[in-house]
Design a protein around this ligand. Structure first.
Ligand code: SF4
Length: 80
């Protein structure tokens, strides 16, 4: 498992650990509210909650780019 997209990485980190060493490790989640399907954010749908978002993220959808064999991700940080 080699996630490249920030949302996938965040989801992976939010998965409860079987044997957490600390309370924060046991309880970690994405900050912010899940957007309403009726009012999706502009640009990258994840930008209001993305910890590494840049200005451009809320303006335009990122294109899917190849990040490995049979592996694509849509993130502006992966297009450069
Ligand atoms: S495009 Fe921007 S907001 Fe979306 S996942 Fe990448 S860095 Fe985060």
């Amino acid at each position: 498992f080699n996630p490249r997209h920030p949302y996938t990485i965040a989801l992976s980190k939010a998965t409860p650990k079987a044997h957490p060493a600390t309370a924060s490790e046991a309880i970690s989640a994405l900050d912010g509210e899940v957007p309403s399907a009726a009012r999706m954010p502009t640009g990258c749908r994840f930008h209001p909650r993305c910890p590494v978002a840049v200005d451009h993220c809320g303006k335009e959808d990122p294109p899917a780019v190849a990040v490995g064999p049979n592996h694509e991700a849509a993130c502006w940080l992966l297009t450069k």
